[in-house]
Ligand binder design. Structure first.
Ligand SMILES: [Zn+2]
Length: 321
């Protein structure tokens, strides 16, 4: 019986693979290092070997699998099944990942951007369940996004839609990795949050963050939230800056697609209410009152780190029919 699905979440550091039944119940999962420097052929071979291993662990084989879904970082062309470019996978330039994976695994494959896959997972069984109008923002090294409007993910002709980290919130502001100035990602990603704190401390402002800088040679985003929690003024100001940038992004998005909810995912949500509270506060302070968007729900993702594999598997369902 070919009644199982594989969901592959390709990350810059790890490849996570989940095996699901067609009701999207997780049967088992596996995580292997990506070894991104080895290139696309090697990585597709890892898809195969890790899938075989995972299926074997669950007394299954590839014969039991009807389709494979893959969530990839970067710019993904859905029609062509091609990863055009992915910042964390430098050797991925115009890689026909869908066809390569399909050939290696001998199964139909679906390719999607990783943030879109996670957004879809939250839409069907997570924090956006029951809502046909939601937005997901992933807060990590960078800021990724997915938009579901009228029940559908939006992609654009070349798959470049929903690059939500690159909305400009401060014209002439900080330089972003994308080449623009003032993107939200240049203020509110984990890396940018850490970078803003590091710059302030290196600039000579007294702060308890001098300790991690001295001891580890750097300040991490986690350090910033931790020291803000202990009352350090610099750390508190940096956290406020991050929350304000994200709130401004929410205001822009509320005015673009009128979502019912904006869901934050990714490593930074571990900061909890220290992050969510000020985002909600700044949002309410900033959003205009005329269009009645003050009641927008701003919340955290419900599926945690499994959102990527769940989303990829759920998209694979469409290839089974
Ligand atoms: Zn940018």
């Amino acid at each position: 019986m070919t009644t199982y699905l594989l969901g592959i979440d390709l990350g810059g550091t790890n490849i996570k693979i989940g095996c699901f039944d067609t009701a999207l119940k997780l049967i088992g999962k596996i995580s292997v290092p990506t070894d991104a420097e080895m290139g696309p052929d090697f990585i597709v071979d890892k898809f195969y070997c890790a899938s075989e291993e995972l299926l074997k662990q669950n007394d299954l084989s590839l014969a039991d699998v009807c389709a494979v879904g893959i969530g990839s970082p970067g710019s993904v062309n859905l029609t062509e099944g091609v990863v055009a470019a992915a910042p964390n996978l430098p050797l991925f330039k115009n890689v026909p990942l869908k066809e390569m994976a399909s050939r290696r695994l001998g199964k139909p494959a679906i390719l999607e951007n990783d943030a879109n896959a996670a957004c879809w997972a939250e839409h069907i069984i997570g924090a956006g369940k029951g809502s046909d109008h939601m937005i997901l923002l992933t807060l990590g090294t960078g800021i990724g996004g997915g938009i579901i409007t009228d029940g559908r993910l939006i992609h654009g002709p070349s798959g470049g839609a929903a690059e939500l980290g690159h909305l400009i919130i401060y014209p002439d502001g900080r330089l972003c990795g994308c080449g623009q100035n003032g993107c939200v990602e240049a203020y509110a990603s984990a890396n940018s949050t850490a970078a803003r704190a590091t710059e302030t401390v290196r600039g000579g402002v007294r702060s308890s963050l001098e300790t991690p800088l001295k001891e580890h040679g750097k300040i991490t985003c986690k350090d910033v939230f931790q020291h803000a929690g202990h009352g350090d003024a610099v750390a508190k100001e940096v956290v406020e800056g991050t929350a304000k940038a994200l709130a401004l992004l929410c205001v822009q998005l509320a005015n673009v697609t009128d979502p019912e909810s904006i869901v934050f995912a990714g490593g930074m949500i571990a900061a909890g209410d220290a992050l969510l509270g000020p985002i909600r506060r700044f949002y309410k302070q900033t959003i205009g009152h005329v269009f009645n968007k003050g009641s927008l729900e701003i919340c955290f993702a419900a599926l945690g780190e499994d959102a990527g594999i769940i989303g990829a598997a759920s998209l694979a369902l469409t290839a089974c029919r």
